[in-house]
Design a protein around this ligand. Structure first.
Ligand code: G6P
Length: 615
């Protein structure tokens, strides 16, 4: 996701631009699609800006292309962008400036009322050149500027609705770097010879471990030799804190493993996946990537989802949603099977490829095959610009941020969320009622909060893992929307703890797996209060008769279930179609803690790869 760095040196330093770029590179692990910087050239007395689509290395090439002459760049603002509003282009990359090119700014977050602000600014004569929400902030600051940058920023901020972490410089108040925060992270690094501002401690750690974390509503104004933090006009006295982590830890946000960080990141990653895409009042989804094919989508007669691993399980949940609410028949295929099984495709078939990395060879092969047969292709991909995203042509990005742990967690909940949005989108094209549309939209918006609540179970799940860590076999059961969750829960456990686990449809248990049950073969049953609740309860009873231990994932308030379960984990209530996004969370945590307690290497389990680019 987007990254911000601000750099201001206390002395004249011809290396400052290189140092700023190095700090920015330490945010590369978060993923981005374009990068840029702007700085005050103290000798030429002008602001210089460079941007490029792609890697930071490309920006560096541009700098080196200028003969690599040392410049007295001070202060500097730098940014890595992961596109959310406006496509991936150089114009949309940050920093953005005002009309006169005097005020330059980089921003993380989203300005929700930017359309309104943009219209007003244009009426007042401002010329905006990008499609981003960020650019309006530069023009708002311009509007209030009368010699003091800090003052202008302070006056402009109350007009912004949404979230921001931002850094600003100005030609007319040049030796100053101003930064402000609301909802997006921002900290100030206090180095010996320099100050840094960053959205992530990983950017500053090589320079200093002394940092001040800004709180919402705070602003910092930094000059080469001093800084002051204010909230409104009140000066804030804040004590610096010491970062205790090293570089790798910093990237893990202080957690012992990327997997845990990514599980805990889910409220934010889901928020990023739905941001700007839910029209609550209209009960609709707005999906920019597919708006060009809106009419073609009306004609789609069947959908085939192709994917591998965890993404395949997300696809299976998508089938239930798309059929129930989207009104289209759906088949889900393992991409590795699809490409060899002579699928019947035509122009009215839409093939949806779901992939976190966007590089999985089987999924890529499947869509190439489908394309040749004339099917429409749509990608649901997390990695911007990846092979599957490019091959699909149209698609919906997850915007879940980079996933580094091999066992997929936040990508899964994001994929299911996007499939819910797509079901809403197609459903509303095909007669899904306004009322139902509004209900789904409202519930999608509450998902980040529900997942946050579910994450409070972390300690309880760790305790449970302590109780069950010595068992060598597990059965995971679920039905309807939660059958794929059972498959995913079992996959998580086997991937990282190497414990044998089988995922099964609760209705299928009597056709085979019941033979395995005894007191040494525990079952984890996903049994929320939904349309198949009674059926799943019967399945639990059958296990109990055979002395099998049962851990049940149930809906809050269901006290009865305690009578037939050895252990219960309660999850919050939501619409049946969205339950998987909540019910999978304790299963992710369970797998994580089981693996941790058994001393397994969690982020890079044996024999597995994050991105499988071979058949
Ligand atoms: C590998 C990963 C899984 C992932 C699968 C599909 O097996 O270890 O976590 O679910 O590939 O990857 P994709 O990037 O296409 O979602």
């Amino acid at each position: 996701m987007c990254g911000i760095v601000g750099y201001i040196s206390k002395e004249r330093n011809p290396n400052s631009l290189r140092l700023g770029l190095e700090a920015l590179k330490r945010l590369e692990y978060r993923g981005y699609d374009s990068a840029g910087f702007a700085f005050w050239d103290a000798e030429k007395k002008e602001i210089v800006c460079q941007k490029s689509v792609g890697k930071i290395a490309k920006l560096e090439e541009k700098v080196n292309g200028n003969g690599n002459k040392p410049v007295l760049a001070n202060p500097i603002i730098l940014h890595t962008r992961w596109a959310t509003t406006g496509e991936v282009t150089e114009i949309n990359a940050h920093p953005h400036s005002d009309c006169a090119g005097k005020i330059w700014l980089a921003h993380n977050g989203i300005i929700e009322n930017f359309h309104v602000l943009k219209q007003k600014l244009e009426e007042e004569g401002h010329k905006l050149s990008s499609d981003t929400d960020t650019e309006v902030i530069a023009h708002m600051i311009e509007k209030f500027f009368s010699g003091n940058l800090e003052d202008a920023v302070r006056k402009a901020l109350p007009y912004l609705k949404g979230t921001y972490g931002l850094v600003v410089i100005s030609k007319d108040d040049p030796e100053k770097l101003v930064a402000a925060k609301l909802g997006s992270p921002l900290l100030v690094g206090l180095g010996e010879n320099e100050y840094l501002v960053a959205s992530d401690p990983a950017a500053v750690i090589a320079h200093t471990k002394k940092v001040i974390y800004l709180d919402d509503g705070e602003m910092v104004s930094i000059s080469p030799n001093s800084f002051s933090i204010t909230k409104g006009y009140n000066v804030q006295q804040k004590k610096p804190e010491n970062i205790e982590w090293d570089m790798e830890d910093a990237q893990k946000g202080g957690h012992p493993h990327f997997m845990l960080k990514e599980i805990l990141d889910q409220p934010e990653s889901i928020n990023n996946s739905i941001r700007g895409r839910v029209l609550a009042e209209e009960g609709k989804a707005r999906l920019g990537g597919i708006r060009y094919i809106e009419d073609k989508l009306r004609e789609v007669e069947k959908i085939k989802i192709v994917a591998c691993g965890t993404a395949y399980y997300a696809g299976l949940i998508g089938k239930y949603m798309l059929e129930e609410y989207g009104g289209v028949p759906v088949e889900v295929d393992l991409a590795s099977e699809f490409r060899y099984r002579k699928p019947i495709l035509d122009k009215k078939t839409m093939v949806i490829a779901v992939s976190q990395s966007g590089e999985t060879a089987d999924t890529l092969g499947a869509i190439k095959e489908a394309k040749e047969k004339g099917a429409m292709i749509l990608g649901i991909v997390n990695a911007v610009g990846s092979a599957i995203a490019r091959e699909s042509g149209v698609g919906i990005y997850n915007h879940a941020g980079p996933e580094i742990g091999v066992a997929s967690t936040k990508a899964f909940t994001s994929q299911v969320t996007i499939l819910a949005l797509l079901s809403l989108y197609l459903g509303r094209q095909r007669g899904l009622s306004l009322v139902m549309g509004q209900r789904i939209a409202k519930e999608i918006l509450s998902l980040p909060g529900l997942v946050r609540e579910t994450l409070n179970l972390n300690d309880r799940v760790r305790e449970l893992a302590g109780k069950y860590k010595d068992y060598d076999n597990f059965l995971y059961l679920g039905r309807k929307y939660n059958l794929p969750v059972a498959l995913e829960g079992a996959l998580k456990l086997k991937e990282i703890s190497y414990i044998h686990a089988e995922g099964y449809g609760a209705g299928e248990m009597k056709h085979g797996p019941i033979a395995l049950i005894d007191e040494n073969f525990p079952s984890i049953v996903i049994c929320p209060s939904d349309s198949v609740y009674d059926k799943v309860v019967s399945c639990i009873e059958q296990i109990r008769c055979r002395k099998g231990k049962v851990v049940v994932i149930a809906t809050e308030g269901n006290e009865n279930i305690k009578k037939i379960a050895d252990d219960v984990i309660y999850i919050p209530k939501t619409l049946e179609m969205l339950t998987p996004i909540v019910s999978v969370v304790p299963l992710q945590l369970f797998a994580y803690h089981m693996a941790a307690l058994r001393g397994c290497e969690i982020d890079k389990p044996r024999n597995l790869a994050k991105s499988v680019t071979v058949e």
